[in-house]
Design a protein around this ligand. Structure first.
Ligand SMILES: Cc1cc2nc3c(=O)[nH]c(=O)nc-3n(C[C@H](O)[C@H](O)[C@H](O)COP(=O)(O)O)c2cc1C
Length: 231
């Protein structure tokens, strides 16, 4: 099984510590691990040309960098998306990457491989903002087509340092362990739920009278407008 971690920060602090706790849970099971560290591994901001959506993803000015990331994402069974909360949201490094992946939302040109993955969102905040950050990241994974997404958010009440210094570190370890078990179970019994199926059908209906030629062609080529399914 392949585990890809998309780290919204290169800072080795709370978020990194929680991610490492999760990764430890997946060690020793012939798993392969890969990471994208942001902003180190992807340093572009979306220009807003919408070429990816309207003309094709290869027309994005940052296509070379984006395609390397997408290749890694496509290979993964488990996608861990992690970010500290910065001003009530994910880091700008992670958001900048997500913006470049709008073209592969369900409403445009979703990748078949996404429907067979499991997602895990990890966030850490000083005081507040975990909920809305989880929501944002979950929304992205959902609209990529990832049907099952778990999350774990921790509020440290402390800036700087590392969770290891905290009084509640044992509680965090236990919670991580429990959540990791659920993720493992989901990976062993992967299934596409009603919500994903519903949105796939809905967007399929809009493609039949589609306004965006590139999307319509894509859905036609896949046979999705003739009843074929990506899951
Ligand atoms: C620029 C910046 C913005 C932050 N914004 C928030 C915030 O909106 N809400 C919050 O609770 N904590 C906020 N924090 C605190 C971090 O979310 C918190 O310390 C987090 O655990 C840091 O993760 P890290 O150690 O992985 O970098 C902010 C920290 C920084 C550096």
């Amino acid at each position: 099984m392949k585990v890809l971690t998309i780290m919204g920060t290169a800072h080795k602090g709370n978020t990194r510590a929680v991610v490492d706790l999760f990764l430890k849970e997946f060690e020793g099971e012939k798993n392969e691990f890969d990471e994208i560290i942001l902003p180190n591994d992807f340093q572009n901001f979306c220009h807003g040309c919408a070429n990816c959506i309207l003309k094709g993803e290869d027309k994005c000015p940052h296509y070379n960098d984006v395609s390397k990331i997408v290749t890694k994402i496509e290979k993964a069974d488990l996608i861990i998306m992690a970010s500290p909360v910065f001003v009530g949201s994910c880091t700008s490094g992670l958001k900048a990457l997500l913006d470049h992946l709008a073209y592969m939302w369900l409403v445009h040109r979703p990748k078949e491989s996404m429907f067979n993955k499991v997602g895990l969102i990890i966030t850490s905040a000083g005081g507040s903002g975990v909920k809305q950050t989880v929501k944002l990241l979950k929304t992205n994974l959902f609209y990529w087509g990832v049907p099952t997404v778990y999350n774990y958010g921790v509020t440290t009440m402390k800036m700087g340092g590392n969770y290891c210094d905290y009084k509640n570190k044992d509680k965090i370890k236990n919670q991580v362990s429990k959540q990791a078990k659920k993720v493992k179970k989901a990976l062993s019994k992967r299934k596409v739920g009603f919500k994903t199926k519903f949105f796939f059908k809905l967007f399929g209906m809009t493609q039949k009278n589609g306004w965006n030629k590139v999307d319509v062609e894509y859905w036609k080529e896949k046979g999705w407008l003739d009843g074929k399914k990506p899951y």
